[in-house]
Write a protein that binds this ligand. Structure first.
Ligand code: MG
Length: 259
């Protein structure tokens, strides 16, 4: 049994840790504890609960209201690691500046960023969105179609990214990728980037935007782009989606190849 005197001696340290890391505690509560409790209580996955909320609150055919529904749920209810509205504006701006015609998204999850990208694309553009989790992909498919985007604009590919990338040229008739958005497993960022380089689908000016490079973080990916000399790059600093105090960033890469 710890004596009250010893417990009191540790109180300032405990308080300091609680204050310093409060945003991480809040994130752990919202992303893990609350999720497990509600999974057991509702028998639905977090993504299914989120989709039900969006379905109830959004207007079919209106991408803006669907994004608002996601943002509202992720702010008021539970945490899902969509890109969110703040970092989403950086994505919006880059898309509007570059008007890409061929876009690859790695990690559709529930379709939030897919809708965000699709609504910003010019006429005639195509978005290939990759999601390896079949249940999440089923939700993403409904979200994308609910937003009013057909298969001519958005094609959802249910497969691990390292199996899709080598097949993009042959199976999807792709010559070049103008824009790649990475928001899947952070450990896949570097091997997938190198696979894209090897595929010949990146040309001069191809842009890659990678989310969450500071939190949870992709140190090997950042080390590689710093050293390889193939990209002009920068990190857009921001906070983690739906969180005020956890620092995060998105890496913007522009390929300097010759194609
Ligand atoms: Mg993300």
């Amino acid at each position: 049994m710890v004596s009250p005197a010893i417990a009191l001696a540790f109180l300032p340290l405990l308080l300091t840790l609680l204050i310093r890391y409060r945003f991480y505690f809040v994130l752990f509560y919202r992303a893990v504890l609350l999720r497990v409790w509600r999974d057991c209580r509702t028998g639905l996955s977090r993504e299914e609960r989120c989709f039900q909320y969006v379905l109830t609150n959004a207007t079919p055919g209106d991408p803006e209201s669907i994004l608002d529904g996601f943002d509202s749920w992720c702010t008021k209810k539970e945490f899902i690691s969509h890109i969110g509205p703040k970092k989403g504006k950086i994505l919006d701006r880059l898309l509007s500046e570059h008007s890409p015609l061929t876009v690859l998204e790695l990690g559709a999850h529930c379709g939030y960023s897919t809708v965000r990208i699709a609504r910003a694309l010019p006429l005639g553009a195509r978005l290939f969105s990759v999601e390896m989790d079949q249940k999440n992909a089923a939700i993403a498919e409904k979200v994308i179609r609910l937003a009013g985007f057909d298969e001519a604009l958005v094609e959802l590919i249910v497969c691990p990214s390292d199996e899709v990338i080598p097949r993009l040229r042959a199976d999807f008739d792709l010559e070049k990728l103008d824009f790649v958005f990475m928001d899947h497993w952070k450990k896949c960022y570097l091997p997938d980037l190198q696979m894209l380089e090897g595929s010949g689908l990146l040309g001069k000016g191809s842009m890659i935007l990678a989310d969450n490079v500071l939190f949870p973080g992709a140190p090997n990916f950042l080390r590689y782009i710093r050293r390889c000399g193939l990209y002009e790059w920068r990190v857009h600093r921001a906070t983690l989606e739906y969180s005020k105090g956890i620092r995060d960033g998105m890496a913007e890469l522009v390929y300097q190849g010759t194609k």
